[in-house]
Design a protein. Structure first.
Length: 291
């Protein structure tokens, strides 16, 4: 690993692969989850993503839990002992208690290791929107920003990272409490497709409802074009929950319609996928500040 002045850490809910994290000098916490009660760990690989969704499609029930302060302490202690300062990027505090737990663990460790610094940034995002902040953190570090300047830049842009999600399978949204049982049943019968986004703080909410995939596709293109800022100067990120062909269809259309510099595809891993199920498509970009 390069001789960085501080270490960037994140958890695997950022939906960046282990290989990518290692290549950019980010140390990921591979989060645990259960599948039908069986303890498992997010492998952060193509193979592990596909195996996860195969089990979900076969009826498997996945459950996740937040990272507790003790787990963060164990994760960071070797870095503290080595005197390596840490910039940690967290899943949105509005979604998970992991952010608060990270801050609690950081305060405890900084008390035990005087001079060591651990700065925790709330990404205010999930999945690859969270991943976009992690990528930005690595880029800022490589351009020479110190830990505090990097954290300030990330906090300044976090609420401008727009996240739009859509799926035509309402089963998992119902299980997660995002739609009612009645709405899920009628939505399936009437072919209603929800378009979801994250609000200012990072709560996932149903934003719009359209009928059918074609109308959803058209509406999402219009929404991105309206919200994006400086598309030619940024990379569009698209993540998918075992729907690679559909993700590329969206990516190619958004590139043509909005003129993004390029597009990066990634997978929605088990930490987010446990709540959304297979088939979800999400797009992430920097745009107007969320409300």
């Amino acid at each position: 690993m390069a001789d960085y002045k501080y270490r960037i850490t994140a958890d695997s809910g950022c939906d960046l692969s282990l290989e990518l994290c290692e290549s950019i000098g980010v140390l990921p916490y591979k989060m645990p989850f259960t599948m039908d009660g069986e303890p498992m760990t997010d492998g952060m690989t193509e193979e592990s993503f596909r195996a996860f969704y195969d089990r979900m499609r076969a009826g498997g029930i996945a459950k996740t839990s937040q990272i507790n302060p003790g787990e963060f302490t164990d994760f960071w202690r070797p870095l503290a002992e080595a005197g390596e300062n840490v910039l940690h990027i967290s899943l949105a505090a509005a979604i998970s208690g992991s952010c608060a737990n990270a801050r609690s663990a950081a305060e405890e460790l900084m008390g035990k290791y005087p001079g060591w610094k651990c700065r925790v940034v709330d990404s205010a995002n999930a999945s690859a929107g969270f991943g976009l902040i992690v990528l930005r953190a690595a880029g800022n570090r490589d351009r020479g920003l110190d830990i505090e300047a990097n954290a300030a830049e990330l906090e300044g842009v976090a609420h401008n990272v727009n996240s739009i999600f859509t799926t035509n399978d309402l089963t998992y949204l119902y299980r997660g409490g995002r739609v009612s049982k009645t709405a899920a049943a009628f939505g399936t019968v009437l072919n209603i497709v929800p378009i979801m986004h994250l609000d200012y703080e990072g709560h996932l909410e149903v934003w719009q409802k359209v009928r059918g995939d074609k109308q959803c596709f058209k509406k999402l293109l219009r929404d991105v074009k309206e919200l994006v800022v400086d598309a030619p100067g940024q990379t569009l990120i698209i993540s998918e929950a075992d729907a690679p062909e559909k993700a590329r269809e969206y990516g190619e259309a958004l590139m043509a319609e909005c003129g993004f510099r390029d597009v990066f595809y990634t997978h929605i891993g088990p930490i987010i996928g446990a709540h959304t199920g297979p088939g979800l498509i999400s797009v992430f970009f920097v745009g107007r500040e969320r409300t």
